[in-house]
Write a protein that binds this ligand. Structure first.
Ligand code: AMP
Ligand code: MG
Length: 350
């Protein structure tokens, strides 16, 4: 299949793009589109066959449920049961925005969309392209990240093209996304509500809005027995670059010295090396494959470039990547969650 690629130009011509995309969704096809977090791969969430196609295009395990994207609060009633007061508070505070909430599902929502679960994940994106597409489609749209399963999530249209060209009907190019990591996921079916995946909406922000929350023990990662995550998708090795990635953690000057040492060792053995640095440290590294991920003064800048830096190293044929660790406070929790997964838990602690 040829994938139709259309750019959003903020001109009257965009109307036709949305109409064409909505028609594809209506007919059970697949459309990739930008959201404020990452690019999503959308299909009609209420259409079994369409939802099933998403798994095929991504090579996604069928037990990994999809997030349903809505454009108006009223649409929540079509898919979710028992929306409690705390959920309403979070919606009021953070929707539209990068927060996904888990509810009991309405029976009309197909199990193909929920990966066989009785619960459903719902989010209202704030990105204008996502909003317009959902409204024009007159349905709710199931959309996981628009990457091949296991690869870093797509933050630009070119990433989607690399992974899914020829496997999906249409790609709407709305430029680079703003946030760069996936939504925060909160399970609202338990009390206190439980954080299943950290994201741009941080724990202090959530607790400010609704008081105490619990954290999925899987996220803490310090259990003696292996535990299963409540969000099935969290168990897979994710975001993985082709290279072996190591995170080096400790006092920053020691981290820089250790990374230089390790990189030089691998370089001497003939490997292609990449280093993930920050504005604050870039000047201290030797070699030409240093990539600045952002500044330590603004965690959002690090989140925004994380996946694109990993993809860039893939393109360069990098074999070993060494990355500095970041603080796990606030947004750092989400950044380190993604980075540690990308590294397959290879952390060197100094
Ligand atoms: P993605 O859209 O690719 O970021 O993946 C969606 C994430 O949401 C995955 O980690 C899923 O496991 C999680 N998710 C979706 N629906 C549910 C649900 N009903 N219960 C728990 N986690 C869910
Ligand atoms: Mg994903």
């Amino acid at each position: 299949m040829d994938t139709i690629i259309k750019k959003i130009t903020n001109s009257p011509e965009d109307k036709e793009v949305y109409q064409q995309a909505a028609q594809i969704i209506h007919n059970g096809g697949l459309v990739a589109f930008p959201t404020e977090t990452v690019y999503g791969l959308g299909a009609d969430a209420m259409n079994k066959a369409a939802a099933a196609q998403i798994y095929q295009a991504k090579g996604r395990p069928s037990d990994n449920p999809l997030i349903i994207h809505i454009a108006e609060v009223e649409e929540l009633g079509r898919v979710a049961e028992e929306v409690n007061e705390k959920a309403k508070k979070l919606m009021k505070e953070f929707w539209p925005g990068p927060l996904t909430l888990i509810f009991r599902k309405k029976k009309e929502v197909p199990f193909e969309t929920t990966g066989g679960l009785d619960t459903v994940a719902v989010r209202m994106p704030s990105h204008p392209v996502a909003q317009k597409l959902i409204k024009e489609s007159r349905t709710v749209i199931a959309a996981p990240s628009a990457n091949t399963s296991g690869k870093p999530s797509p933050t630009q249209a070119s990433h989607v093209k690399e992974d899914l060209y020829g496997k999906i009907d249409m790609l709407i190019d709305g430029g680079n996304v703003g946030i760069g990591i996936e939504s925060t996921i909160m399970d609202m079916t338990v009390e206190p509500p439980m954080l299943l995946r950290p994201g741009y909406i941080t724990m202090p922000m959530l607790e400010q809005a609704i008081g105490k929350i619990q954290v999925d023990p899987f996220l803490a990662g310090d259990m003696k027995e292996p535990v299963k995550p409540k969000a099935p998708g969290m168990k897979y090795r994710h975001y993985a670059p082709k290279a072996e990635l190591f995170i080096v953690e400790g006092e920053l000057s020691q981290v820089v010295a250790k990374i230089n040492y390790l990189a030089e060792e691998k370089r001497k053995q003939g490997y292609k090396i990449g280093i993930i640095a920050t504005e604050e440290t870039k000047g201290f590294y030797c070699g030409d494959s240093v990539r600045v991920i952002g500044t330590r003064k603004d965690e959002a800048s690090i989140a925004k470039h994380l996946f694109s830096v990993l993809r860039e190293f893939d393109k360069m044929g990098t074999e070993y990547i060494f990355s500095e660790a970041f603080s796990e406070e606030n947004l750092g929790q989400a950044i380190m969650n993604r980075l540690i997964k990308a590294a397959g838990h290879q952390i060197i602690r100094l």
